[in-house]
Design a binder for this molecule. Structure first.
Ligand code: SF4
Ligand code: SF4
Length: 455
């Protein structure tokens, strides 16, 4: 289906544009994929589904080799509250349960399912949801295995369970999509605008916020227009309290703390959470998954993934089943790699993970797969710090990356901690700006892991 849009109708000059201090303007490269139609990816012949795809306790398998499973069947679960179950993305036979490569955390226990090619994709019937109480809605979200789809993969039911004494005043729907190359959220916002508004109504029922912002960067004019149009004639409960916040295109605009600061001027205290100051930020992909779970009782088994880079003929956005390996995408989607990629990245180029092989499967949190050559794939030699302070200027959290790096190199862990290393959001803006090509995020991650081990 064509998703071309009436870009001229957008009237940006009537709207206030929000932003945050610091940040960078990398080459965005979004044109490569945004004008392509959304395509349905072929079902995988063998799905490789990691039992841990989230922050929190790992799942234990509830299936074994030889079991026959239907699409949507439970594959793994945990009794821990901070965890999220995983489900089968296809119907077929379990051919193995063993360690396999998870593209963001390395080898984890995974279920291998060989697809039964005689089975049609499952149809999910619509359910009436108006009378479902908030607690039950959260339980539906938990059972469907929904996690943050913007990259963090934090279990959504945990985020929606507000502790006693706390209150969400403001809900921010995060459609910033500030990472270069990625356009999956943009496509989703254009195609599923009404479903997203319906899902915001579900979230309002759970959280009872006074205000909702739909936050979109100003390079996604079609998405801004789609929401403007939908809200204008909307009978949704969210319409009277929802406002579109157009954000300046700047990286990392989509960070939770940056988006709150940009729109409202409020700051989450160091070491704190948005919840501490009455905010909840949710990625649009996650909001869409909440809708599918509540309206259709559909678990999180597929998502839109941006396939992009400078090595392929058919970049674009594809609806892909969780567990589909990069190898199957390359072989079966007709994307035609016309040159050998120097680097394959899962996620965006700033925060994504370079892959050592094509065996990595699509996860619930996989927003993009990039096949890059040239500068995008270059590895640079590290030089000495020239004390230019560029890393300090761009840090959106106002850290001093160069000082943290020096302390970590010298193993002065406590001093790194005193520089609030734990508040780093690992956005990579500092390393991107460093003329000496110092891998600052690598050092900062080391400092963070020391601080976390102490707890
Ligand atoms: S120190 Fe952390 S938050 Fe600051 S720019 Fe570097 S990676 Fe981003
Ligand atoms: S940007 Fe790089 S060279 Fe400049 S102060 Fe920071 S670490 Fe040093």
């Amino acid at each position: 289906m064509d998703i071309s849009y009436p870009i001229n109708i957008y009237k940006a000059h009537f709207m206030k544009i929000f932003t945050f201090p610091g940040g960078i303007h990398p080459e965005y490269c979004k044109d490569i994929s945004i004008r392509e139609p959304l395509r349905e990816g072929a079902l995988p012949h063998t799905a490789v589904i990691p039992l841990s795809q989230h922050i929190g306790a790992p799942n234990a398998a509830v299936v074994k080799k030889g079991d026959v499973v239907e699409e949507g069947a439970l594959l793994g679960k945990s009794d821990s509250f901070v965890s999220s179950p995983v489900h089968s993305s296809i119907s077929g036979k379990v051919i193995d349960v063993k360690k396999a490569f998870n593209p963001s955390i390395g080898p984890v226990e995974s279920v291998f399912i060989e697809r039964d090619e005689t089975k049609e994709p499952k149809k999910y019937g619509e359910r009436e949801t108006a009378e479902v109480p908030p607690k039950e809605l959260i339980e539906i979200v938990r059972s469907a295995g929904i996690v943050g789809m913007g990259g963090a993969a934090f279990p959504t039911h945990v985020k929606l369970t507000i502790p006693e004494g706390k209150k969400i005043e403001t809900l921010i729907i995060n459609g910033a999509e500030c990472e270069p190359y990625l356009t999956c959220d943009h496509v989703l916002m254009i195609r599923n605008t009404q479903a997203l508004l319906d899902s915001i109504d579900i979230l309002i029922k759970i959280l009872e916020p006074k205000k909702v912002y739909i936050a979109i960067e100003d390079n996604k004019k079609a998405a801004v227009f789609a929401f403007q149009k939908a809200l204008k004639k909307s009978s949704n409960k969210c319409a009277p309290i929802a406002e579109i916040a157009v954000l300046k295109t700047k990286y990392p605009q989509g960070g939770e703390k940056q988006i709150i600061k940009a729109i409202t001027g409020e700051e989450v205290p160091p070491g704190g959470l948005p919840l501490d100051i009455g905010f909840l930020v949710m990625n649009v992909g996650t909001v869409n998954a909440v809708y599918d779970a509540v309206r259709f009782r559909k678990p999180l088994i597929e998502r839109i993934v941006t396939i992009s880079g400078d090595c392929l003929y058919r970049p674009g956005n594809y609806l892909i089943r969780v567990g589909t390996t990069i190898k199957e995408i390359v072989e079966n989607y007709g994307i035609e790699l016309f040159k050998e990629p120097g680097k394959i990245i899962v996620g965006g180029p700033m925060m994504g993970f370079a892959q050592p092989s094509m065996d990595a499967p699509v996860l619930k949190s996989t927003s993009g797969i990039l096949f890059l050559s040239g500068e995008g794939a270059q590895v640079f030699d590290e030089g000495p710090c020239v004390k230019c302070a560029k890393c300090v200027d761009v840090c959106p959290v106002r850290l001093i990356p160069t000082e943290i790096m020096k302390n970590v190199r010298a193993e002065n862990w406590e001093d790194a901690e005193k520089l609030y290393v734990e508040d780093c959001i690992e956005c990579g803006a500092c390393a991107y700006s460093c003329p000496a090509r110092i891998p600052l995020v690598h050092y900062i991650k080391e400092g963070k892991s020391f601080a976390m081990r102490k707890k």
